[in-house]
Design a binder for this molecule. Structure first.
Ligand code: GLP
Length: 264
């Protein structure tokens, strides 16, 4: 796991966007379109802003495909806080991906198991995800895989943890009763199949989750800790989110001494 700490959220987002742009260009050079895994939430906002700049500077995303991580169950897709709406605003309108190339789970599906199985099929048909953008919940969740999730799980329905309901109430005028209790989410096993994972986190309320994810035991108590088993993860942090890392000095030292061929 590579951990890179920046002064602030904007620099972190710039770096994450550079990684994603590089993978997108590598795929194009190999004659195929990249597949992005896209996250919602505040964490990747700066990454999307910088991807928007990259596109303005010439990065071609016209054939990039994207799969969202998760969606609320029972929330009208037209609701501004549905993840479909958020992905349309951030990834389609802002970054410029073609709407027909961007897939989001249908949280209103009448047959939820089929919806989840079909989504897994669509990812497979696209030959898997080249680069997965991830945030992390304050309780260590990735996607909506709450503590207690199987580390081998596939796309399925989950019940949100009360902590997540409380955290996400800020998107619903602070009213926890308006936050849906159920969601559909790519499983941890699904996420782990991405070829590259870029996790972005900022702010002091993520510091404990980031430390457990990177330096704690691999455990369902912190679903993000499973990323320790993935061979190609870059964690991009601001100073506040990195503040509880025990090996912070080492991560900085490693970046100062990065071999030339590994520089982005
Ligand atoms: C949300 C999403 C996750 C996101 C996480 C952190 O509930 N389901 O995909 O990474 O929680 O959100 P934020 O970046 O807004 O702190």
């Amino acid at each position: 796991m590579e951990i890179i700490i920046f002064k602030d959220r904007d620099r972190a987002g710039e770096y994450a966007a550079a990684l994603i742009a590089a993978i997108t260009e590598e795929c194009a050079a190999a004659g195929r379109s990249a597949v992005w895994g896209v996250a919602t939430g505040s964490s990747p906002e700066s990454t999307y802003q910088h991807l928007q700049k990259r596109v303005a500077e010439g990065l071609d995303v016209s054939a990039v495909k994207a799969f969202a991580l998760d969606e609320y169950v029972g929330l009208d897709p037209a609701h501004p806080e549905s993840y479909r709406s958020v992905i349309e605003a951030e990834v389609v309108k802002k970054v410029g991906l073609a709407p027909q190339n961007v897939h989001v789970l249908d949280g209103m599906a009448s047959d939820i198991p089929s919806e989840c199985a079909n989504y897994e099929q669509k990812i497979k048909a696209a030959c898997g995800v080249d680069v997965q953008i991830l945030g992390i919940g304050a309780n260590g969740h990735i996607g909506f895989n709450e503590p207690g999730s199987s580390l081998a799980s596939r796309t399925r329905i989950k019940t949100l943890a009360p902590k997540t309901v409380a955290d996400n109430a800020r998107f619903f005028d602070g009213d926890t009763s308006r936050v849906p209790v159920h969601c559909l989410t790519q499983g941890i096993g699904t996420i782990m199949e991405a070829r590259k994972i870029v996790l972005v986190a900022d702010g002091p309320n993520k510091a404990a989750a980031v430390a457990s994810m990177a330096e704690g035991p691999i455990s369902t108590m912190c679903p993000g800790s499973v990323l320790q088993l993935h061979p190609n993860v870059t964690v991009v942090l601001d100073e506040a989110a990195a503040s509880e890392l025990k090996l912070k000095d080492y991560y900085n030292f490693a970046q100062e001494n990065i071999p030339d061929f590994q520089r982005p």
